[in-house]
Write a protein that binds this ligand. Structure first.
Ligand code: VG1
Ligand code: CO
Length: 543
């Protein structure tokens, strides 16, 4: 087929957010919208002629249609080969693993992660570079700049390809290889973890449950937990990916992972429960009637990393996003390794991982990962936990309580106010930003403010800078309140309020986080006038 040059005009809303471009399906379906973005990605890259591109998505509604468009465009733009997951499926961490394992030039991942799927819901696309990680800001800004000037896109006149069976075909001189979406990823997990020890734990009667939330991790969890590790059939629930995720919000937290939560807090709870999100990069870890905050999970994994084969040599450093609790910092200090504080979004960890300065990374938003790939990785975190439990022969709650007794507890919670009018949200942030300079040294309900600022970051590897990454108010006892607006939503604005207090006293470690943080919650409302400005009496989601 011959290459077609199709004239087009720019859309003005194609600036990638925290993790790629996320919009309503109906926005993506406008003629030329997806094509413009994909061409803008290609236009902002150099040197990919004849190279390999990885393509796959979380299986949500419109995934396959988008992939067919991308395949034709990749061929017309001169890629030599595309590796695409069977049925268009690749979890985000698996896509990262495939890019790395096959030394691809980069990849396009189709996902809106934990956002709902379906004709009236969300779709997303992001570009990952050759290290397997989300494009850094200078690349996403170049894509956006290209999208503002685009005049044509290139494609082929060619029928859709059959992506249902592994094997290679040709499309306009480009090779298209349909690959097993699980194989590379599962092999990598087997190299990192002691599968023998985990199988032994499962064979000993230790019961686990994994909720794939009708999203992408179903096939991965079936293959790894049930087939390779021998967990009984039925261990994985909601394990078939559905285009609309069964109508749910594939977000692994106490609000949305209700099937799992009900069981783990019920009378016959298994010993261990976990869930993952739409694209497989998030994880929630539960013990019997016990929730592990993602920030604590990062700290526990770091403190126990030497028990796991892939990390037995020790960690080079830890990195966490700014709003993530400082529990990991305490572990890093004890291990005598650096702890980096980055802006929200996995793209900021890439340089630290590539430079060998950090081994483990984490975000409070149920994201944990390491230098094995360049994305956060849900199932990896589950296997890491299981490996630790297999070695320690203790339950989840015992491991966390022992950790708190040793390091102290960073009591933590995030409050989300979703779908508030964009103007109210920006007004709230502007008002708060204007107050920051006067706060240090003042007293708020008996808490003295030590610092208040708008977080900015200078990447220690390449010196690039990012500003406006969240408003922080820190107190003299180490407590913090952080305010940010989400960069992944598709409707209105979402305000996130992150609350943290350090408590070394084991006598108070049984307290519920909302109770232990009540005064900070009150201060947050006073500072930002949340209720007055959003009209909301309470957050929509508390994690
Ligand atoms: C959210 C989380 C952030 C995460 C991002 C992508 O971003 O807070 O920590 O990296 O989602 O995760 P925001 O801008 O809405 O706060 V995922 O699993 O949606 O790719
Ligand atoms: Co995700």
């Amino acid at each position: 087929p011959t290459v077609k040059h199709v004239p087009t005009t720019p859309f003005d809303d194609q600036r990638p957010g925290t993790s790629g471009l996320r919009k309503k399906v109906r926005t993506f379906r406008q003629p030329g919208y997806l094509e413009n973005f994909v061409q803008s990605v290609f236009d902002s890259l150099e040197g990919f002629r004849g190279q390999t591109l990885v393509v796959g998505g979380d299986g949500r509604y419109w995934n396959l249609e988008a992939i067919q468009v991308i395949l034709r465009m990749a061929a017309a733009n001169g890629f030599g080969r595309v590796l695409v997951g069977r049925d268009g499926l690749l979890s985000t961490p698996a896509a990262s693993a495939v890019i790395r394992a096959h030394r691809a030039f980069g990849g396009l991942i189709l996902s809106a992660s934990h956002n709902p799927g379906g004709p009236d819901a969300d779709f997303g696309i992001k570009y990952n570079t050759g290290n397997g990680g989300p494009a850094p800001e200078k690349v996403t800004e170049a894509i956006y700049a290209a999208s503002r000037q685009i005049g044509e896109y290139r494609t082929l006149e060619a029928p859709d390809l059959d992506l249902s069976r592994p094997g290679a075909t040709e499309l306009g001189g480009m090779q298209v290889e349909v690959i097993d979406p699980v194989a590379d990823y599962a092999a990598l997990m087997e190299r990192l973890f002691d599968f023998g020890a985990i199988s032994g734990l499962l064979a000993s009667g230790f019961r686990i449950r994994f909720d794939a939330m009708h999203a992408i991790t179903g096939p991965y969890a079936h293959a790894i937990l049930e087939q390779r590790l021998g967990a009984p059939a039925g261990t994985v629930i909601n394990g078939t990916p559905l285009p609309d995720f069964g109508g749910g919000h594939p977000d692994p937290n106490l609000t949305y992972a209700h099937d799992l939560v009900e069981e783990m807090y019920g009378p016959d709870a298994p010993d261990f429960g976990a869930a993952s999100d739409g694209d497989g990069d998030r994880n929630m870890i539960l013990g019997r009637g016990f929730f592990v905050t993602p920030s604590d999970s990062l700290a526990v994994l770091a403190a126990n990393a030497r028990l796991v084969p892939g990390y037995a040599g020790g960690l080079k450093g830890i990195a966490r996003s700014m709003p993530t609790s400082q529990a990991a910092d305490r572990v890093a200090e004890k291990l005598g390794i650096p702890c980096f504080e980055t802006p929200t979004g996995w793209k900021f960890f890439g340089n630290l991982l590539d430079a060998g300065r950090a081994t483990l990374c984490g975000e409070e938003s149920f994201g944990t990962g390491s230098d094995h790939v360049r994305e956060k990785d849900g199932l990896w975190a589950v296997l890491f936990w299981l490996n630790i439990l297999a070695v320690r022969r203790e339950g989840v709650e015992a491991v966390v309580r022992t950790h708190w007794a040793e390091f102290g507890r960073n009591v933590y919670s995030r409050h989300d106010y979703e779908g508030i009018p964009a103007e109210a949200a920006s007004g709230l942030m502007a008002h708060l930003r204007a107050r920051l300079a006067a706060l240090p040294g003042t007293d708020l309900d008996g808490n003295r403010v030590a610092y208040a600022d708008d977080f900015g970051y200078t990447d220690p590897v390449d010196g690039s800078t990012s500003s406006g990454q969240g408003l922080r108010v820190g107190f003299e006892d180490g407590s913090r309140i952080v305010f940010r607006l989400s960069g992944t939503g598709t409707e209105g604005a979402t305000l996130r309020v992150y609350l943290e207090r350090f408590d070394p006293d084991t006598d108070r470690h049984h307290l519920d986080a909302q109770e232990a943080l009540a005064d900070l919650i009150h201060i947050a409302d006073g500072l930002a006038e949340i209720r007055a400005r959003t009209g909301r009496e309470a957050p929509d989601v508390i994690t």
